[in-house]
Design a protein around this ligand. Sequence first.
Ligand SMILES: NC(=O)c1ccc[n+]([C@@H]2O[C@H](COP(=O)([O-])OP(=O)(O)OC[C@H]3O[C@@H](n4cnc5c(N)ncnc54)[C@H](O)[C@@H]3O)[C@@H](O)[C@H]2O)c1
Ligand SMILES: [Zn+2]
Ligand SMILES: [Zn+2]
Length: 372
Amino acid sequence: MKVRGAVIRSSPGPLEVAEMELEDPRPDEVQVKMVASGMCHSDDHHVTGDSPLDPCPFALGHEGAGIVTKAGPNSKGIAEGDHVVFSAIPSCGHCRWCATGRSNLCDLAAGILAGPRWTDGSYRLRLPDGQPVGQLCGISTFAEHTTASLDSVVKIDDDIPLDKACLIGCAVSTGWGSAVNVADVQPGDTVIVYGIGGLGASALQGARFAGAQNVIAVDPVAFKREQAPVFGATHAVASAEEASELARQFTDGQGADSAIVTVGVLGADHVRQAFGAVRKAGTAVITSIGPHDAVGAPISLHELTLHQKRLQGSLFGATNGNWDVRRLINLYRAGDLKLDEMITRTYSLDEVAQGYADLHAGKNIRGVVTFA
Ligand SMILES: NC(=O)c1ccc[n+]([C@@H]2O[C@H](COP(=O)([O-])OP(=O)(O)OC[C@H]3O[C@@H](n4cnc5c(N)ncnc54)[C@H](O)[C@@H]3O)[C@@H](O)[C@H]2O)c1
Ligand SMILES: [Zn+2]
Ligand SMILES: [Zn+2]
């Protein structure tokens, strides 16, 4: 079928809307009519070249939800009409990582920036001239329809609005999990979250729900600081220095129990700040992504050893898509997880580049592309 979707023809390269030919689902695949797709900063890393995609063209979008329109053979209980959230990280269910309950590290993730099917290297999308188009994360959710592996979809109940649930496909799972799973926030903790976009707003919620007493949001943008309390921040400041100072005030000078970095573009200085802000045996969680060839961060090697500090990366918040998407949906239904409040503005597919301009201008907690 013919679909319109947001593509880049080179990386770096601008995001534009193009018409493409989409294959029908093969065995173990479904075709989905997209309802909504959140605008994660990670897509922008492919536009800027911080995280180059090769070969291009590539169809972007990895935070989506929609309704199954066709199920291929062997669809394992997923049928036409089912509502699904896409998991940005697929899980095969039987690799070492899936089998040991760490499906965010599934070996299939090796293929999420490659483009073609991870089974046989064939492509589901093509430009009108026949040129193959890669699918970001194997799902390319900034498109009217997409065809994807069953390993990337999670069926959810029909009563949940898909234009809100889409956020769980990346931002909410990753941000919430960075606090709850990776920082392992405990009741009474003092937590710093740097960068209040979709991920940071979710990390604030996770930290607060896990029982943190002091949740300090850091963002240079005033609008983000105004919004932070909606998601559970008890304090909001403009700089890392102010956050460190506050955390020490709350902890008799010791420092934060954990510090979670969710800024838009990771730099060495963000790692230094988070590592320096935590107490003895505290955890600095690095969730942000920076330039692919960046190496090194100026952390104190003495503090690493003698203060027994932990510097911990976070992929997909160490969540297990198949269970955690449903868990987060249940929290949303109960009013314990805020999704509606995270969506500052919606955009049409044709406005996708404007949406990313607004992301850079700090105008949105999350922008979401919605499809008619
Ligand atoms: N690890 C993972 O699995 C994973 C998954 C998705 C996204 N990411 C990454 O997480 C990061 C955040 O994504 P997002 O979509 O929420 O981004 P976003 O652009 O929506 O939000 C980033 C926020 O950081 C703020 N910021 C910028 N510099 C700052 C600084 N020095 N101190 C404090 N705040 C600062 C911005 O004002 C903005 O509010 C990106 O790097 C993205 O690629 C990682
Ligand atoms: Zn696996
Ligand atoms: Zn994402």
